[in-house]
Design a protein around this ligand. Sequence first.
Ligand SMILES: Cc1cc2nc3c(=O)[nH]c(=O)nc-3n(C[C@H](O)[C@H](O)[C@H](O)COP(=O)(O)OP(=O)(O)OC[C@H]3O[C@@H](n4cnc5c(N)ncnc54)[C@H](O)[C@@H]3O)c2cc1C
Length: 398
Amino acid sequence: MTAGASSRSPAGPEHADLAQRLADVAAVIREEAAVIDRDATFPENGMSAIRKQGLLGLLVPAEYGGLGGWLPEFVDAAVVLAGECLSTALIWAMHCQQAATIARHATPRLRQDLLPRIAGGEVYIASVTSEKGKGGHLLTAQAPLRRAGGMLEIDRDAPIVTGGQHADGFLITMRDDVSAPASAVSLVYADRAELTVSAAGSWDPLGMRGTHSVGLRINGQVAGHNLVGLPGEFREVAVATFAPVGHIGWAACWLGAARAALHRVIELLRAPAGRRQFDLRSELLRTRLARARLDLDTVAAMIAQCVRDVCAAPDLEAIPVQLRLNALKVLAAERCFAVADLLIEVTGLRHGYLRDAPLGLERVFRDLRSASLNYANDRLLLANGALALLDRGVTLAY
Ligand SMILES: Cc1cc2nc3c(=O)[nH]c(=O)nc-3n(C[C@H](O)[C@H](O)[C@H](O)COP(=O)(O)OP(=O)(O)OC[C@H]3O[C@@H](n4cnc5c(N)ncnc54)[C@H](O)[C@@H]3O)c2cc1C
């Protein structure tokens, strides 16, 4: 299945080329999805396939050896991968968020060193923004950077890091200095080889089990040019790239998982055995399917609008754009989970609720339950409430 959600980036990969790479990866991650969910382990085979197919470099510009894609290709790819395994897709999408941030905000020296290695499949980057005490709040940090002889010293607790034990590098938010306020956040890149990384805690969650999002303790020293964006000014990077790419990527992953679930349900209903078991003329069944479709179309439309906003807008600080990017995350988290819930209702206990049912709805339901927590919806709603008061003209995109 291809999403076909959006027009392609002029410098990006050819549609057929990307589709082939995705098909190769999809076959591998489909194979391993149930096992990594059962065992709560990292998708080793899926990540190898992603590396081999160049997808770590989807958002790396072609001049650095990457595929040169941007948000339209990112959304298409996320929808396809998440249709097979949401955990693997989210690991990959979060890596792409880090890669795009480096491509757009890193120093020339870091770009030259790192981007070709990402494009070559050598470097998978994990994200470290959450911190004990401040929870998920993106625009504050507690652990301070220390500077010594041109080097940056990192000593950071990281309570939940997707794929952290398997990452080749980390993009980490830090308080800019011991004397800086919590709002002066700096973003730093570190190769794993420069760090001591120790696991702190276990990973046995309800869903997204294959993300293997363990707690880590991270210490080490990196060169001064590993600072991404200006010192203490992570907010600018977050507004311009980190948050938009993150929200669009997450939403596309959640949409992909829910869309594939609806696809499987429709196939079941239309198959001869399904036609015998379900009454396709039932008004209740049709109304439920219509609701599921309505939710998916709404999320897809909102993704497409946000992609247009980010591709077109010179100023992502614009309040209506901020409102939509935050709303996208909340909407996708709520509605994609609602679709998974509804599809279990449609198909019933045997097809929908049992762990070993071929439809796999039980796993999608558990996985999508995490969406509202993966950067708390409440935080974004609170921010949007304040922004809505400022947009007195109620500027909508239609
Ligand atoms: C599958 C998954 C993968 C993740 N991967 C990573 C990762 O790779 N790297 C990383 O750094 N983090 C990661 N996270 C962490 C995630 O983004 C959150 O930061 C983390 O879940 C902490 O959230 P929390 O609910 O514990 O705390 P908080 O975000 O602090 O929220 C706690 C509760 O309080 C409410 N709340 C807190 N503050 C406010 C406020 N100001 N206004 C309104 N409500 C508020 C929230 O609604 C929430 O219900 C991941 C999370 C998930 C689920």
